[in-house]
Design a binder for this molecule. Structure first.
Ligand SMILES: [Ca+2]
Length: 297
């Protein structure tokens, strides 16, 4: 993986949807939601303004989301992984509406095309109520707690980030979202945390859900690789030599030109995710092939 791809990779993981997003989750919908109840549900749904993470009993999915700004018959259209669903708030619950028979391809196609909606059809839907929870259940927290926290923190990045005329302010938002210590810069551990979250996020993207067992194995590799990658990022971009990356250092020479912004600098969301997946996959394979002790301190 070329070093110059690393900050792009970090950005790609953080902002796969923002550059293209015209829509976003309605305010107050972001958070951790569980079906049934926080204690006994089977599924967790981490919903951010642009990104989501869905954890089921045996697998998980991560990716960009888009939610319509206006409701249809009280339901907001919500598009994830190219498939349309509907959601609405009901008090403290978030109601998720899917087709009763999601295997009915003709009907699914009509829903995805916007021809069949809750305003035009009834009796074909199945609703599931999700309840807001403070955190993921303990069993999920270990593997997904970091990604959930990073994903929700990115809600604070300006909504017009991808179209912002000044990429630098966008980078400030990203740096702030990932800055756990609150000093306005990203140190090696903060970069490593973002990279671990990025690796898991990429692991969960794609057409098929990823099995939890596979994700756990790859997270072990990411745990070892992330500090090494973070060191490479510091070696390449910490121009002031203080051991941290500032928003200015992340943005230097990249988003400075007149009229340049992230949407010019970065490819589309889908290509981006694929590129990042390839790069991280190659890198993980390389790192796994190295003998113990190969990592720098
Ligand atoms: Ca910091």
């Amino acid at each position: 993986m070329p070093r110059t791809a690393l900050p792009a990779a970090l950005l790609a993981a953080c902002l796969p949807a923002a550059a293209a997003a015209q829509e976003g989750a309605a305010p107050g919908w972001s958070g951790i939601w569980r079906n049934d109840s926080c204690g006994s549900g089977t599924d967790s749904w981490v919903l951010g303004a642009d990104l989501e993470l869905v954890i089921n009993e045996g697998d998980f999915f991560a990716g960009p989301v888009a939610i319509s700004p206006e409701p249809l018959a009280g339901w907001y259209r919500y598009i994830a992984g190219g498939t349309s669903f509907y959601i609405r708030r009901d008090g403290d619950s978030l109601i998720f509406r899917d087709l009763l028979d999601p295997d009915d391809e003709a009907l699914s196609d009509a829903v995805n095309a916007g021809e069949v909606t809750p305003a035009t059809h009834s009796g074909i839907w199945e609703d599931t109520a999700y309840h807001r929870c403070e955190r993921l259940p303990a069993a999920s927290q270990l593997l997904f707690g970091e990604l959930a926290a990073v994903l929700l923190a990115l809600d604070a990045v300006p909504r017009d980030c991808g179209r912002d005329a000044e990429g630098g302010s966008c980078m400030e938002g990203i740096a702030a979202a990932l800055d756990l210590g609150g000093d306005g810069k990203l140190n090696r551990a903060e970069l490593a945390r973002a990279l671990r979250a990025a690796a898991l996020f990429v692991d969960g993207t794609g057409d098929e859900a990823t099995e939890l067992g596979d994700a756990a194995g790859e997270q072990v590799a990411a745990l070892a690789a992330a500090p090494f990658l973070a060191s490479l990022m510091l070696a390449s971009f910490d121009y002031s030599g203080d051991g941290s990356l500032s928003a200015e250092e992340l943005a230097a020479d990249r988003f400075a030109g007149p009229g340049s912004d992230l949407s010019d600098a970065l490819p589309g969301a889908a290509e981006f995710g694929a590129m990042l997946g390839r790069n991280l996959g190659t890198l993980m394979n390389l790192l796994e092939s190295l003998p113990p002790g190969s990592f720098p301190p």
